[in-house]
Design a protein around this ligand. Structure first.
Ligand code: FAD
Ligand code: NAP
Length: 549
């Protein structure tokens, strides 16, 4: 079914997809393959999602590009050549644009449109989505491909509106290049975004003040150009490489560790950490031993290694001390950098600890700290996102009997497999809370979720059904399982955005599934093998659970 509401936006469609990042685009492609009418609604003016919005200097992936790619089309894999081990944002955005063109996806996307609400009507078994443009779209299935890191945390420093210079958020970077030449820049935030941007800004600016509240662990990317021979070798048997990723914990093709930190001598431990550091990348140290995420002492030995590295690289002792993190390594997203720590050896960079000297307000000419004024022409906020649930919380989503998702999730998100929430039939999330999502190579997790949803809709169609909804019981069991898995690790001990701890007032629940992509995939496959156990399937009202439908 398909009818037009305005220029290009259908008023009725089988599947509405919200978001045109990696997830939404692949979802659209798969829906067409099923013969369903599908349409994407996207806030941005073009495709790309994360890579459309995050154009700050230094932005690049922290999973090797060969793996941070789609795998569903062999020809696409062969015709696109990544130029670097970790591609920069413009190249990743070009890749996404290329995929959109290659599969002729843009004709079914409405850009510049924010979905404000999604309401379920049980009588007609349809969702009605309302957009800020006034467009209204009715659909049988709604897929939220809205992203885990798509809602930039707004700076709430008093006085910002009085600032006479320019300010930017890394996650909402302008399209035209920002010229830092001759500028005094204050950067707030030292997570992955800040750590990537600071070296590049420092190379161009007159002076950079880094306002750090909490230091983070960062591994060297050891980025380099990817030769044709290396690329060809990596994709020679890409299908097998991807199957290894899919069965791994983090969605990457590296062999899992087999030994605990304490099974080897201190010298061998040091050798493995050093080997990882030289290899570089997000799992430089975490891939060395089995107990990295679970044993405090094992984790501390890895932390000590990084703190020693920081002191080796950074000449000024006091700055090196300030840069040394003290939380369990890996429990906040490990950063991956190019020249981050060495940047503090430059004469035009100063690190300021805003935990002991807090930001009070922004003035017309800079940032006022408790004990000092920082003159600045430009302020860069690299302060992160309302992660995982933020984009869904921004939409007024109402399910059966008008129940609001906002209320159901008041104490933290509740899902079955991170795919659906009970009471919200035919509404799917891609990489939702309760799935590996941000703990994994997102491309592996995105493709898995999109494939699962596609197979599910094909199953419904084959059985003359058109309704699917998670049961409360199965959802409760899944949430308990997700929480129990996390509790066996060090993850919940950190005040991270994985827990919602970076957003004032956000409920603190450890949101991702920690047991890895491979284990998660098996759980999802088992649900299907058991006839969609834990889901109610119906026509269009719920009639029975799982295979009994
Ligand atoms: P997004 O790319 O976030 O796309 C979601 C889209 O939905 C956005 O375009 C948004 O505008 C749109 N949207 C949201 N709400 C609405 C609404 N109400 N109405 C209309 N449109 C809406 N992951 C990795 O695995 N490896 C990496 O190296 C990596 N690097 C990253 C670097 C940065 C700077 C950031 C911020 C994240 C990174 N990530 C990385 C995570 C990244 O978000 C995912 O890898 C991936 O790009 C997510 O794709 P997506 O399609 O699920 O979501
Ligand atoms: P982030 O990890 O949440 O880091 C935000 C930083 O801003 C933290 O240092 C935080 O300090 C600081 N901050 C927040 N509010 C502040 C305030 N009011 N005053 C002072 N400091 C404040 O955000 P991010 O760096 O944008 O990264 C988010 C995620 O996106 C990453 O973890 C990663 O998953 C992804 N990402 C990946 C890459 C990549 O390498 N490919 C690059 C960028 C982002 P506190 O810790 O004290 O709160």
């Amino acid at each position: 079914m398909l009818s037009q509401a305005d220029s290009g936006t259908p008023s009725t469609v089988d599947v509405v997809i919200v978001g045109a990042g990696f997830a939404g685009l692949y979802m659209l492609h798969r829906m067409r393959g099923l013969g369903l009418s599908a349409h994407i609604l996207e806030r941005a003016e073009d495709v790309g999602g994360t890579w459309y919005w995050n154009r700050y200097p230094g932005a690049r992936c922290d999973i090797e590009s060969v793996d941070y790619s789609y795998s569903f089309d062999e020809q696409l894999t062969r015709e696109w050549r990544w130029t670097e081990r970790y591609a920069a944002q413009p190249e990743i955005l070009s890749y996404i644009g290329h995929a959109a063109d290659r599969f002729d996806l843009r004709r079914d996307i409405t850009f510049g449109t924010t979905v404000a609400s999604a309401h379920w009507d049980d009588d007609t078994a349809t969702w009605t989505l309302t957009c800020d443009t006034g467009a209204v779209v009715r659909t049988t299935y709604c897929v939220m491909a809205t992203g885990c890191l798509s809602v930039a945390k707004q700076p709430d420093v008093p006085g910002l509106s009085e600032f006479t210079g320019r300010w930017f958020h890394t996650g909402r970077w302008p399209h035209e290049p920002v010229d830092f030449t001759g500028r005094r820049v204050a950067v707030v935030g030292t997570g992955s975004s800040g750590i990537q941007a600071i070296p590049q800004i420092a190379a161009a600016a007159d002076f950079v003040h880094v306002l750090q509240r909490t230091p983070n662990y960062s591994m060297p990317a050891q980025n380099r150009p990817l030769s044709a021979a290396e690329f060809d070798a990596a994709i020679a048997d890409f299908a097998t490489r991807r199957r290894i990723c899919e069965q791994s914990d983090a969605g990457v093709p590296h062999p899992p560790p087999t030994q605990s930190t304490f099974e080897v001598t201190p010298a061998e431990r040091e050798r493995r950490f050093e080997e990882g550091w030289q290899r570089g990348g997000i799992n430089a140290l975490s891939a060395a031993f089995t107990d990295f995420f679970t044993d405090e002492e094992a984790n501390r030995l890895a932390q000590d290694f990084v703190r020693r590295k920081i002191h080796e690289i950074v000449a000024d002792e006091r700055t090196a001390d300030l840069l040394c993190p003290h939380h369990h390594i890996g429990t906040k997203r490990t950063c991956v950098d190019t020249g981050y720590y060495a940047t503090y050896n430059r004469d035009n960079v100063e690190l300021i600890d805003v935990r002991t000297n807090p930001i009070e307000h922004v003035t017309t000419t800079g940032v006022q700290l408790t004990g000092r004024h920082i003159d600045a022409d430009v302020i860069v906020f690299a302060i992160g996102f309302d992660a995982i649930t933020g984009a869904l919380a921004d939409i007024d989503i109402r399910g059966v009997d008008g129940v609001e998702l906002h209320d159901v999730w008041a104490h933290g998100p509740r899902t079955l497999l991170g795919l659906q929430t009970a009471g919200f039939p035919n509404l799917f999330m891609v990489t939702g809370p309760g799935s590996p999502s941000v703990l994994s190579n997102m491309l592996v997790s995105i493709e898995q979720h999109v494939d699962w949803i596609t197979d599910c809709l094909a199953h419904l169609d084959a059985h003359g059904l058109e309704r699917i909804e998670a049961t409360e019981d199965a959802q409760d069991r899944w949430m308990d399982h997700v929480a129990a898995l996390a509790a066996d690790t060090l993850y919940p001990q950190a005040t991270s955005w994985y827990l919602g701890a970076n957003i004032p007032g956000k409920p603190r629940t450890f949101m991702p599934y920690v047991a890895g992509c491979g284990q998660y995939r098996r759980e999802c496959e088992q649900v299907v093998a058991d006839g969609y156990a834990g889901f109610l399937l119906g026509r269009p009202s719920p009639v029975a659970e799982g295979s009994r439908a």
